[in-house]
Design a protein around this ligand. Structure first.
Ligand code: CTP
Length: 407
């Protein structure tokens, strides 16, 4: 990878945990090299790590505060250990000592580094470094096998001269090797690699006054599942989300909005895209002017609310004179005359496919907010029914269909 082309590390956030090994000095170069490639690096320096490198040198190279102490009031006020562990795209432990690996396996959280590792919901990678006998010891190998089974990624140690004077496996991987592994980790692979897909999800909130809004029952589950399924096929996904209680999917650019107008602007800002999928249940109307102060009751007289129509995002994207995605997919949420209404929406809005979505009750449960869905996908080549299947399966099937469209 030359520095002229955009590195897959560009814009990614690394939380680097520097363990107590003599090879900790290599992390200084690692920080410099990944930052050159556009990555931001936050660091936790363990007590052991501090014996080999200083917070000053690390902070100077990373351009960020270096975190060291679990019970530091200032650290916790600025950035709690939970946030620290989650505001990263990857946690890399380098050097990962035998002790650190054992603690990770056991789920011990006796310092900031181990606590962050236990609290994270992000991928974790280790670059072990230790004496060769320690590396080959059955306990370390057992711990390694468990960590790999737990989904931890590995940058294997190299063979060679060790600081202790022995020769063998256990050297921290070279910085080049670590950078290459990180780049590979962040290089999307999969059949939709290279495609940019925009997905809207969730409801929109249209303010009436500072405390009230017009909304609907959409949970966002179907749109988020579609974003994850497309990411898993290698697409670059921009998820424009109305207010939901869902966790932002990792590896997806998620833009949070509230109103329909904000959703449209956010969609237009992420164009160009190869595909747009409008899953959001956009409020059809908004109050023409939301009140600056809370509207008070007035002796039984109802407040007049003048409603005006919101922009239709699906229609705007489908009929755009420039930057129209080559495939635009809409959803038609209906409670009756499903196919007729969906067909009419397809024509009226000018999208390419429409997913006719029966939002009545399935097995006594509402589709809005539930985990199952009942859809008919209408494309130019025909239609398919996916009846009463989990929203995750609808998402995977739709993602596969999009993949097929491009092959
Ligand atoms: N949609 C949109 N912007 C709007 C309204 C709807 O992008 N202002 C999109 C939805 O994301 C969905 C499709 O249009 O992909 C159909 O939405 P739906 O709520 O089923 O239909 P409406 O257009 O709102 O029409 P109606 O309320 O008459 O059913």
């Amino acid at each position: 990878m030359t520095l002229d082309s955009k590195s897959p590390l560009d814009g990614k956030r690394l939380l680097l945990i520097i363990g107590g090994g003599i090879a900790a000095y290599k992390c200084l170069d690692l920080i410099r090299r990944v930052r050159e490639r556009g990555m931001t690096v936050r660091t936790i320096l363990t007590k052991g790590g501090e014996q080999f490198v200083t917070p000053l040198s690390i902070g100077g190279l990373s351009g960020e505060k270096v975190y060291t102490d679990l019970f530091s009031l200032t650290d916790e006020t600025e950035m709690g250990h939970i946030r620290l562990s989650r505001e990263a795209d990857l946690i890399l432990v380098a050097p990962a000592t035998a002790d650190m690996m054992a603690k990770m396996v056991a789920g011990i959280s006796d310092n900031l580094a181990t606590t962050a590792l236990l609290a994270t919901d992000k991928p974790v990678m280790i670059a072990p470094s230790m004496n060769s006998r320690m590396w080959h010891h059955i306990a370390t190998q057992r711990n390694l096998a468990q960590l790999i089974q737990d989904g931890v990624h590995l940058i294997p140690p190299a063979d060679g001269d060790l600081a202790c004077g022995e020769v063998g496996a256990g050297r921290l991987a070279d910085v080049d090797e670590m950078v290459t592994t990180l780049e590979k980790f962040f290089t999307p692979t999969g059949p939709l690699n290279g495609k940019h897909i925009l997905t809207t999800a969730g409801p929109t909130y249209e303010p009436i006054d500072p405390v009230r809004y017009i909304a609907n029952r959409s949970s966002g589950k179907q749109g988020y599942a579609i974003a994850r399924a497309l990411r898993d096929l290698g697409a670059r996904v921009s998820l424009i989300s109305g207010p939901t209680s869902l966790t932002e999917p990792t590896g997806v650019e998620t833009i949070q909005v509230e109103t329909a107008c904000e959703m449209l602007t956010a969609c237009q800002n992420v164009l160009p895209a190869d595909v747009a999928i409008c899953v959001a249940a956009v409020a059809d109307w908004r109050v023409s002017t939301s009140a600056a102060q809370k509207i008070k009751k007035q002796n039984g007289a109802l407040p007049p609310l003048e409603l005006i129509e919101n922009p239709d995002i699906l229609q705007t994207l489908s009929q755009a004179a420039s930057n129209r995605p080559s495939l635009v997919i809409g959803f038609a949420a209906e409670t009756e005359n499903l196919m007729a209404h969906a067909e009419a929406k397809l024509q009226r809005k000018g999208c390419d496919w429409i997913v006719a979505n029966d939002v009545s009750v399935i097995n006594g449960k509402s589709v809005m907010g539930g985990d199952h869905n009942k859809v008919t996908v209408m494309t130019n080549t025909g239609s398919e029914d996916w009846d009463n299947i989990p929203k995750d399966h609808v998402a995977e099937k739709l993602a596969k269909k999009i993949e097929k469209h491009f092959t």
